[in-house]
Write a protein that binds this ligand. Structure first.
Ligand SMILES: Cc1ncc(COP(=O)(O)O)c(C=O)c1O
Length: 372
């Protein structure tokens, strides 16, 4: 049977999500004992101890969770002056993204987004039968003027990924305020802030726009800051009217009791939160200084990862580092040729990375058609 011909035309245009190389795959490929993974922007400190402890208290796993999660939604929203009714929970923030698209976007619609940006934005646009309108980054940053200029009567939504994956850059808050004020009121504004907590203090605060501009949604996650990527917990804030509609397409019990316990525990873990941010700030400064010393250009990072340009092909540099037991992401596969996307690690991991790059650099320079 030809399943491809049975699939919806939109699905035929898609590829499966590529999560990058796992530690086991790296070990097997090059027969390695020691591998460090700096490829998925996970938390190198591990997981919030309070979240882990909370998960261990799980009882009644035979019963469905209370699907409203009222206490958790209140805890998440109150610090921002928002309410339970403004808050939706997801199996990771990825799921909220999909719920948003399934609720609001369909055939004939256009969705304006940066290029490159997080791969699920174009993928979810295509799944819903709509058309992604990709606007190239300018100097690695969302080109808000060009994105605004790309709005047409067909534009249903505009996506700003702040900080952007894979470039790690953030937009200027004043420029963003101007951009948001000019957008037509019937264009939905999706602000992905999976890395919000790592940003400089004076960055865009997505929840301000949820309060001030109708039709705005912001998403956040506990995958990064709290080290809960495998537990799957994300959340989003928007107008109650938007949330009510998205609740209609939400899969019942999408947030497990375990994930809800972890999230509640994490919210109490100010020590882990502070330690993560402090280590990331220090690691970022270390990597930025090392790249400068090595003569490598990196975009200014507002996240827990950094995009650095290497001489020659990124894919080759990625393989050379993999051979040395360091997994990074090749920008070739992320729409950022000649760049590596590297998660900021522990001090020890950063030292290993810098030493490996320094050792490989002469060969990369030799192979590069033009010096970089
Ligand atoms: C920009 C961006 N948004 C969303 C996500 C998804 O995070 P979650 O684990 O909450 O689904 C990621 C994960 O890497 C990301 O980089």
């Amino acid at each position: 049977m030809d399943y491809v011909s049975l699939a919806r035309p939109a699905v035929r245009q898609l590829h499966s999500y590529s999560a990058g190389t796992t530690i086991d795959q790296a070990k097997r490929r090059f027969d390695l004992d020691h591998v460090i993974k700096l490829s998925s922007n996970e938390n190198p400190l591990g997981s919030s101890p309070k979240a882990l402890a909370a998960m261990a208290t799980l009882t009644d796993a035979n019963l469905y969770a209370d699907d409203d999660h009222l206490a958790l939604r209140a805890r998440l929203s109150e610090p921002y002056g928002l309410r339970i009714e403004n808050t939706i929970l997801g199996h990771g923030s990825n799921e909220i993204l999909l719920m948003f698209f399934l609720t609001f976007v369909g055939p004939g619609d256009e969705v304006v987004m940066a290029d490159p940006t997080f791969s699920l934005f174009p993928a979810d646009t295509i799944v819903t039968g709509a058309t992604p309108v990709r606007v190239p980054l300018r100097d690695g940053v969302h080109d808000l003027d060009a994105m605004f200029a790309a709005v047409t009567p067909r534009t249903k939504a505009i996506v700003v990924c702040d900080p952007n994956n894979p470039s790690a850059t953030c937009v200027d808050p004043a420029a963003f305020a101007n951009f948001a004020s000019l957008l037509p009121p019937n264009v939905l504004l999706f602000i992905d802030q999976a890395y919000r907590e790592y940003m400089p203090a004076e960055s865009v605060e997505g929840t301000d726009y949820v309060k001030s501009r109708r039709g705005t949604i912001v998403t956040r996650t506990m995958s990064k800051l709290y080290g809960l990527a495998s537990v799957r917990f994300g959340y989003g804030f928007a107008d109650q009217g938007m949330i009510d509609l998205m609740q209609r397409v939400r899969v019942p019990f999408n947030v497990s009791s375990t994930a809800a316990l972890a999230a509640m525990g994490a919210l109490d873990d100010s020590e882990f939160r502070a330690a993560t941010i402090a280590m990331n700030d220090e690691g970022k400064a270390t990597l930025e200084a090392a790249f400068r010393r090595l003569g490598l250009f990196a975009y200014p990072s507002a996240a827990n990862f950094i995009a650095v340009r290497v001489p020659g092909e990124a894919e080759a540099a990625y393989t050379d580092l993999l051979r040395r037991g360091i997994v990074v992401r090749s920008g070739d596969k992320l729409g950022m040729p000649n760049f590596l996307r590297i998660t900021i690690g522990t001090p020890e991991q950063n030292r290993e990375l810098i030493a490996a790059m320094e050792a490989e650099l002469p060969a990369w320079r030799e192979r590069a058609p033009v010096p970089a």
